[in-house]
Design a protein. Structure first.
Ligand SMILES: [Zn+2]
Length: 56
């Protein structure tokens, strides 16, 4: 975990709250997309922490 991860976690948490606080389907989809992007960014920050054994 680093500052960037914490920032992304903060954004993800804010998105999840927003997602849970609305019943608007378009908003929920947009927020879900954002969460996916943030999580991908997090995974890219620490590619060696995925727990998956390296292949090849
Ligand atoms: Zn980090």
């Amino acid at each position: 975990m680093c500052d960037l991860c914490r920032e992304l976690d903060y954004k993800i948490e804010a998105c999840r709250r927003l997602e849970n606080s609305t019943n608007d389907e378009l908003t929920r989809e947009a927020v879900a997309d954002l969460i996916r992007e943030y999580e991908e960014d997090k995974a890219k920050l620490h590619p060696n922490q995925s727990g998956e054994a390296s292949r090849g």
